[in-house]
Write a protein that binds this ligand. Structure first.
Ligand code: 8YV
Length: 314
């Protein structure tokens, strides 16, 4: 009998990676079950590995008495209760590293799209406005200041790119990094006050919930731009909408939202905002690499080898 795995969803996980898993393991597809509770009850006692896409709350984990590994697809694991897992010595893996370039590319794209009015410009051409007049001027990147909230792997990939545009890099982390010479701010508010572009590449979850609120956005100011490619939860979305409406914030490029895929109606109407449907890692190459890393972690577990990408202890 092959080992049994429970997989919770397949919204992002590549089909070829699932086929690879299914060539070696019996994968129970929870998302296809007409009665999820019944499936869980039937297989729970055999399950040592759960494959998930960033979701495994404590009560769900508690249904599997032998659970030993939660292999999560995605770098962010704010939807996995790591504390509960570690209390039961259940390992948790995520997929860091392989998506840094894709997410950083989209970040730069959003920044240019907002500062250069690219979506507005596209409409300007399509609607025939260009036949009547040139588009109003926008502002450029060289010589400006970026503040990166969360200078981890993705933040570093963003900084690498922004340097090439002549942008000065500042950052705010819980702790200063000893391996970079970028300007460190111990206060998010002070950094927001100093920079033109505030870029969010930090973790989601309780520690960062709504830390980008009205006070921070007002410091960023009427010429400032917010770019969020991390989690919607990091921003107080009501404050963001209000600051944009009041002109207290210049613009925003957003890939993530509080209640995805629902986006506040007000944002849909704003020309100073560029919106994306949470596609930071959504390139074919990246998603295959992410899926492969999940598969490799599962294989490592069953081969009694060290896991490739365990999440840090909480
Ligand atoms: C995906 C992501 O949307 O990696 C993450 O944390 O947000 C994205 O890559 C998704 O989580 C993949 O499962």
């Amino acid at each position: 009998m092959p080992e049994e795995i429970l997989m919770t969803s397949q919204a992002f996980f590549r089909q070829e990676c699932l086929a690879d898993l299914e060539s070696r393991y019996l994968v129970h597809r929870l998302w296809e079950a007409s009665d999820r509770d019944a499936l869980i009850e039937k297989v729970a006692s055999n399950i040592r590995v759960v494959v998930t896409e960033g979701w495994a709350p404590a009560d769900f984990q508690g249904k599997f008495p032998k659970l030993a590994l939660i292999a999560s697809h995605g770098v962010g694991y704010d939807g996995v209760d790591v504390g509960a897992a570690q209390a039961r010595k259940i390992a948790v893996t995520n997929t860091p590293g392989v998506l840094d370039d894709a997410v950083a590319d989209l970040t730069v794209g959003l920044l240019i799209a907002v500062t250069r009015g690219m979506v507005v410009g596209d409409q300007y051409v399509r609607n025939g406005e260009w036949l009547k007049a040139n588009m109003p001027l926008t502002s450029h990147l060289r010589g400006r200041q970026a503040g990166i909230l969360g200078l981890g792997r993705i933040g570093m990939a963003i900084a690498d790119r922004l340097k090439a545009f002549g942008i000065t890099i500042n950052y705010h982390n819980r702790r200063q990094r000893s391996d970079v010479s970028y300007n460190y701010f111990s206060s998010l508010m002070e950094m927001a006050d100093q920079v033109d572009f505030l870029i969010l590449s930090c973790v989601g979850g309780e520690a960062t919930k709504k830390i980008v609120n009205r006070q921070v956005l007002e410091k960023l100011g009427s010429d400032g731009v917010l770019i969020n490619i991390s989690r919607g939860s990091v921003v107080d979305e009501d404050d963001l909408v209000a600051c944009l409406q009041e002109g207290k914030l210049g613009g925003a490029g957003l890939d993530v939202f509080t209640n995805e895929p629902k986006v506040p109606e007000a944002l849909l109407q704003m020309p100073q905002v560029v919106l994306q449907p949470h596609v930071g890692s959504a390139t074919l190459q990246t998603r295959i690499a992410m899926g492969q890393l999940v598969v490799d972690n599962v294989d490592a577990y069953y081969a009694n080898k060290p896991l490739l990408t365990p999440v840090p202890a909480v």
